[in-house]
Design a protein. Structure first.
Length: 688
């Protein structure tokens, strides 16, 4: 028994007895045997329950034949090179982040005047917190970055000097780790602050943007969010974006959905009683992205099966004039995102395995396509230069490591910073195809594997997500899966409906009540792998993470004959109860509202916990969770494990990690250990 488990067992409350709950809503009756897990009063008991199962799962995982080799290869890959992790700039000053051999988190290096020096190393900081989401002041003399530990994503923003003796000027609590500070000038910055404990039933409610002056006491002046803009609701976070020197600030009512709610307000009024926000976009407008350049408002708008780039003039009162279409996407090149600096507009496009960037000089068309150094690849981490001139980003492909680039004045500039591509990656073969779903729809699939096909096929992992219109088929070298491929596995990605692989209409076709179409797409991809003899005769191992749990969990329960097993990572497995979950209400637009008949029926159709009652011969299952997860509550996974254990003992294992949340910001060594367990499980089940 581990020391961690002994401590947890000693302090946790006794595990309550099951008290089944039967509910009938909209004529549908559901039985819940594990409702005690949802009660916050039982949080410590639930952790104890989870750690007890973790203590049983770890010996099994550590004994798997391939685990030692997978972990050794992952550690060797991490030890061989210094990894480039990101680049942010403000004029002539920049910060590059790198992870050195042995590091758990990335270090921050300052670049100025042709010289480089270490600015901050979180690995030497006793707090155990990472330093991420970096933002430089316009003059480059101050830097803001987020701090949190254990993958919790809830932490603080710190402001540091960038002079010869860097020092911390202030620390502001409590900040969601995904939200980056935006500098209004060299001393004032906009940041987002989470609501005070107990202010709302859901701690993710009430996230508000503040304007803070460095050195001033208190949280600053509230700017935007619930209570500070018309049409705002508590479950939305109030995010603000603007370029240096801009006239207008763009406010986002941010939630877990693809469509935007947007407001405009004058930058000059930020922090004053003259600030008035005008809502210019509602959800019914179907706006997928937006940018402001001067007095023009650019949007990506869904029109039927297509997405169009439009521009509208912004009037003096922040209302919008008539829209004019600049471009319509095509099936072979989809409009993906908008990025405006102080002078120009950049439009990112995507297609099967490729990415494009178009430059609109001063926002005027037609756009000029910028040549990129990779025939296939994708852009990651697009961050504006805080001087207002361009953007920085990473560029990677399936078998090439990430390099850092800048866009300035329509020119692509190589920063010279990149992670050397390991030999294992250069040997990766990319196989693309289309699986035919039950209704005849053609579903994209990509497989990464080694050069030599083993007799009987590769042990194969098949992953899908199917949510928020996000594309999973994005060419980028995955260091998590690289040891698995190098050791003789195949890694496949299925672009099911509900994602964004074929545009906004593809997303709608697998959303809410349409989620079962995504389940059928996943079945088609599994069958394709078997028919092509890519997977072994046992079939692929299904992998679903986060929202991917609502896709993969039910799909595997419906057709266990297609799969050798499944792994569910911090997964949404009981969405019928999402109304009771922290971070649940802001998911309604994506998965369905349980307070409506259609929403409730749609959620039931993607609920693995309830589907277990009618399951036949389910596959061996590994569930992996982080005990610090703030996005998907622990009980979403633990309830599923509990019912699975009762119905099908000896076929499910729960891995619970105390130093991990939803995956973001987790220490490198913890990540490598989880991936070694996951892919050893794939090898063991998918090789038989």
């Amino acid at each position: 028994m581990s020391f961690l488990f002994m401590v947890a067992a000693a302090v946790a409350a006794p595990v309550p007895a099951n008290q089944p709950v039967t509910e009938t809503r909209f004529g549908i009756t559901a039985v819940d045997d594990d409702r005690w897990m949802e009660d916050k009063a039982n949080a410590e008991a639930l952790k104890q329950w989870s750690l007890e199962r973790d203590a049983k799962a770890r010996p099994m995982l550590e004994s798997l034949p391939k685990r030692a080799a997978l972990l050794a290869r992952a550690e060797r890959l991490a030890a061989d090179v210094v990894q480039f992790r990101g680049y942010v700039s403000s004029g002539p000053t920049a910060i590059v982040t790198r992870r050195h051999p042995g590091d758990q988190f990335s270090r921050l290096y300052l670049l100025r005047g042709g010289m480089e020096r270490l600015l901050f190393d979180p690995n030497k900081d006793k707090s155990g917190e990472l330093a991420g989401n970096i933002s430089l002041s316009p003059d480059g003399k101050l830097v803001a970055f987020n701090r949190y530990k254990g993958g919790s994503e809830a932490g603080a923003i710190e402001i540091w000097t960038t002079d010869a003796t860097p020092r911390r000027l202030e620390r502001v609590e409590t900040v969601w780790g995904e939200d980056r500070a935006t500098w209004l000038d060299n001393r004032r910055y906009v940041y987002n602050r989470m609501s005070a404990p107990g202010a709302y039933p859901d701690p993710m409610f009430g996230d508000i943007a503040y304007l803070k002056t460095v050195g001033a006491s208190g949280p600053g002046t509230p700017l935007f969010g619930v209570g500070h803009a018309p049409g705002f609701i508590p479950e939305e976070a109030g995010l603000i974006a603007f370029a240096p020197g801009a006239r207008w600030a763009l406010g986002y009512g941010s939630a877990a959905r693809s469509e935007e709610k947007l407001w405009l307000g004058p930058v000059a009024a930020l922090g004053t009683d003259r600030l008035k926000w005008r809502q210019v976009v509602t959800l019914s407008d179907k706006i997928l992205d937006a940018a402001v350049l001067g007095d023009r408002f650019y949007t990506l708008k869904q029109q039927g099966d297509r997405t169009v780039l439009q521009v509208q003039p912004i009037r003096a009162d922040a209302s919008l004039g008539p829209a004019r279409t600049l471009r319509t996407d095509r099936p072979d090149e989809l409009l993906d995102s908008l990025h405006a600096d102080s002078r120009d507009l950049y439009v990112k496009t995507k297609s099967a395995g490729t990415v494009g960037v178009y430059y609109y000089t001063q926002g005027n068309g037609p756009g000029r396509k910028i040549a990129l150094p990779m025939a296939s690849g994708d852009l990651f981490g697009i961050v504006p230069d805080n001087s207002g001139n361009g953007f920085s980003f990473g560029l990677s492909s399936w078998n090439r490591e990430t390099g850092g680039y800048l866009l300035r004045g329509g020119r692509l500039i190589d920063t010279g910073f990149a992670t050397p591509t390991p030999a294992e990656a250069r040997d990766i073969m990319v196989e693309e195809g289309e699986a035919v779903s039950a209704d005849g729809t053609r579903v994209p699939i990509v497989v990464l594997h080694g050069k030599d096909r083993p007799q009987g096929g590769w042990p194969t992992a098949l992953m899908a997500y199917g949510g928020y219109g996000q594309s999973m088929i994005r060419p980028g070298l995955g260091r998590d899966s690289l040891p698995f491929i190098a050791e003789g596995g195949a890694f496949a990605i299925c672009g099911v409906r509900g994602g964004g692989e074929k545009g906004a209409a593809w997303h709608q076709a697998g959303r809410g009540l349409n989620k079962p179409r995504g389940h059928e797409d996943f079945h088609a991809c599994a069958q394709w792998l078997r028919d092509k003899k890519i997977s072994t005769a046992r079939g692929p191992m299904a992998i679903g993470a986060s929202m991917g749990g609502a896709l993969v969990g039910p799909a595997v329960l419906k057709r266990p004959d297609l799969f050798s097993g499944q792994a569910l990572l911090s997964a949404l497995l009981n969405p019928l109860r999402i109304e009771a979950a922290d971070n649940g209400a802001n998911q309604f637009d994506e998965v369905g509202d349980p307070r409506t008949a259609d929403g409730y029926r749609g959620l039931l159709a993607m609920d693995s916990y309830n589907m277990l009652l009618s399951a036949k011969n389910p596959v061996d299952t590994l569930v992996s969770v982080g005990l610090n997860d703030r996005r998907v509550e622990l009980w979403q996974n633990s309830k599923y494990v509990a019912r699975f254990e009762r119905l099908f003992p000896g076929k499910i294992w729960l891995r619970a990690e105390s130093e991990m949340g939803h995956g973001m910001g987790t220490a490198a060594g913890v990540q490598r250990s989880e991936m070694a367990d996951l892919y050893a499980f794939v090898f063991d089940r998918a090789s038989r």
